[in-house]
Design a protein around this ligand. Sequence first.
Ligand code: SF4
Length: 401
Amino acid sequence: MDCRISTETLRLLDNNQGLEHNPLPNEVKPAMEKKEKLLSQEEEPPPLFDEKDNSASYDCIKDFIGFKDFKKVTARYPFVTTAYYLSLAQNAPDDPIIKQLCPSIEELRSSVGETEDPLEEEIASPVPGLVHRYPDRALMIVTNVCFMNCRHCTRKRLWKKHRFTRTLSEIGKMIDYIKDNKQIRDVILSGGDPLTLPLGDLEIILERLRRIRHLEVIRIGTRAPVVFPQRITPWLAMILKRYRPLWLNTQFNHPHEITPQSAAAISLLQDSGVVVNNQSVLLKGVNDNAQTMTRLCHGLLKIGVRPYYLFHCDPVEGVGHFRTPISKGLEIIEQLRGHTSGLAVPTFVVDAVRGGGKIPLQPDYLVSKNNGVVILRNYKHECFVYSDEPEVKLSENRHNL
Ligand code: SF4
């Protein structure tokens, strides 16, 4: 896939070599003003990818969906993928890569309880594009463009709009909101995929955020290392390096997505001091069994990525066929915890509907708690008794039942 950066952007970055790595938050670089002007929304952004050349066409997936159904589904939920991600697929309808990239007629069926925006992000947006749900954190949706339209996407509602990337002036309003709300100490750049932005624009956003003294943490949510690792170039890594500490959350859902290319992309990020965590989504027919999840988590650790969250699939319209019962996630965690290192066990989370926030769930290891006596069980279902109050004496404080 082509990922051209305009010569103008490169020239500006070249001119910017006087910028120190990790600029202090109060540093204001005069060169930025010039760059900002040159890269304002009036200017044609550098072409990131050409849909005609780089989005896989119907031909590539014709074995998995009829043309009539393809047209029906994509009229509502467009098809976008990368040649790279497609190259990981096996020619089978139940292939985990095909399932994530190929439109399905099931996307047009909706079930009770599903809505376009179950997390009510739009309601929690005081400024267009900025979601402020938790007091100390904010989420910036800077674009609806992704390298690939993952068929299980929670923000599928955004696909109905034409492709948009927020202008620097719109993004400026989000940044002003963060500046004015001193309790916000953590911001996530998200989308869409923020790494689809022209690099010059991305740098402007990062620099403006870094100037905010009360902002401690910047996170980037991107699926680029998984679906388009070629996007993680030395240029991009160099830019990210300037704004450390930076946390990058990505989304590997299946061990087949861990390839030499994705490992190289992760390595480039890590060499630049960017910390990479993974947030998988539990998807029916893709990764809804302990064996696949174990292979995925072990594979992630091998490339230095921490399995951070396993999300229960949200009740989003057009995604119902990917949803599993919540008990499936608990069953998988039960089969991971204790059977492998704790580093390899993600936190299973349900993002509550109506904007209730993330609810972590895990199998119950507390068997009972009565009259100061607590009984716990381990991963082998062996029980252990503890005195939970100093005055309660057990003949043996800890013994195997
Ligand atoms: S990369 Fe993320 S935001 Fe984009 S389609 Fe996939 S899941 Fe949705």
